[in-house]
Design a binder for this molecule. Structure first.
Ligand SMILES: Nc1ncnc2c1ncn2[C@@H]1O[C@H](COP(=O)(O)OP(=O)(O)OP(=O)(O)O)[C@@H](O)[C@H]1O
Ligand SMILES: [Mg+2]
Length: 357
């Protein structure tokens, strides 16, 4: 391999294998070593499907692509790694074209792609549900005011011990009115006023506010990529996003507290997709906590409105977060297990100043 080719091979961010004319592994790049969790010398000379399970006929495909000198592309292949679950990958098989019979096999894990698709679905479901809830809120608020008023009038003619009941009616109707106000506010959420801003400024502001209130029992750690370019965002709304995530982590941790790690990084390849190729969302912010994790069965619906496991939770926090992120043309995904819950927000960059004018 020439020096340039070797550098590209080493830097390639997806697992890549070279397979010789006998379909045995001749070389693998560092991403492939990480993917297999095995060093090159442990697998060189083995068949690719000795260590990995594929739900396609890999040897047959290698032979066909080699014979036809053609590139084969498989979408959604289940690849099983030693000691690990199956992973959904796109598999590309290409001849090197130098007559040696050596084939290049690229694996592109699709986990993130699939999750982003799910996030998009959740987003539109949330929008419909919020629209309906907003309409209902308008309709319910007026009669509720009537009920509370009537209970108060009734209370005047009652003995002290019977007033407990009317007090309960008044208190509970107030609670419903408060909830409805929140729903209405949610429906009213204005479009973000987008300005170029530094995400770390927003994160720091949110962190300080959270330490003074909702997340006072938590310790914070950060892992910032200081070279990140600016994003186009509404500072107040984004701050609300992070405050909600910090508050949720603190509530999950309980009074004993726990740790929240805020991580930022740049992933140039990440796109939010539709058929036309979508748009890039390269700026990543992860809010990671070491709490008990999201309750089983809840992971697919946490962004839906009114989903809550907390006694006094409205279940609107994450629905709001998801709406704001989507208004910023970004996406949010979550993974969770006990001890490690990660909310990841992917955002587009601000266009360069030249493009803005
Ligand atoms: N970091 C987390 N760890 C564990 N569970 C979480 C975490 N974040 C969210 N959840 C779960 O998701 C649910 C929904 O969160 P969401 O913020 O939408 O509503 P809430 O916190 O219950 O109420 P609200 O934010 O409206 O007061 C929570 O009730 C909780 O069960
Ligand atoms: Mg919340």
């Amino acid at each position: 391999m020439s020096r340039d080719a070797d550098q590209i091979w080493q830097a390639l961010p997806v697992p890549a294998f070279l397979v010789n004319a006998e379909n045995l592994i001749a070389a693998l790049n560092p991403a492939a070593e990480t993917f297999l969790n095995l060093p090159q010398k442990a697998v060189a000379g083995l068949g690719l499907d000795d260590r990995l399970g594929f739900d396609i006929d890999l040897k047959g495909d290698l032979d066909r692509a080699r014979d036809g000198q053609a590139v084969l592309f498989h979408r959604d292949v289940m690849v099983t790694r030693p000691g690990d679950g199956a992973l959904n990958c796109d598999v590309q098989i290409a001849p090197l074209g130098d007559g040696s019979g050596i084939m290049l096999v690229l694996l592109q894990p699709r986990r993130i792609v699939g999750q982003l698709g799910k996030a998009l679905q959740a987003r539109s479901a949330a929008k419909t549900a919020i629209g309906m809830a907003d309409m209902l809120a308008h309709e319910i608020k007026n009669p509720l005011a009537g009920i509370a008023g009537a209970a108060q009038l009734l209370a005047m003619g009652l003995k002290r011990e019977d007033q407990e009941m009317t007090d309960l009616i008044v208190q509970e109707t107030r609670r419903i009115v408060d909830l409805l106000k929140q729903v209405e506010q949610f429906g009213d959420l204005r479009k973000p006023a987008l300005k170029p801003l530094n995400i770390h400024d927003i994160l720091e502001r949110a962190r300080i506010t959270a330490t003074l209130g909702a997340a006072s029992a938590m310790t914070f750690a950060d892992d910032y990529d200081p070279s990140l370019p600016q994003i186009l965002g509404d500072g107040d709304q984004l701050q609300q996003v992070f405050l909600n995530l910090f508050a949720n982590a603190a509530e999950a941790a309980g009074p004993g507290g726990g740790q929240i790690t805020i991580r930022t990084c740049f992933e140039p390849g990440l796109r939010l997709g539709d058929a036309s190729g979508g748009h890039a969302v390269p700026l990543q912010v992860e809010v990671i906590d070491d709490g008990p994790g999201i309750a089983e069965g809840l992971l697919d619906s946490v962004f839906d409105p009114f989903v809550s496991t907390r006694e006094n939770g409205t279940g609107l926090g994450l629905a709001l977060v998801s709406k704001i992120v989507s208004d910023h043309n970004g996406s949010i995904t979550v993974t969770s297990r006990p001890g490690r819950t990660i909310f990841r927000i992917s955002l587009p960059l601000a266009p360069r100043l030249k493009e803005l004018n």
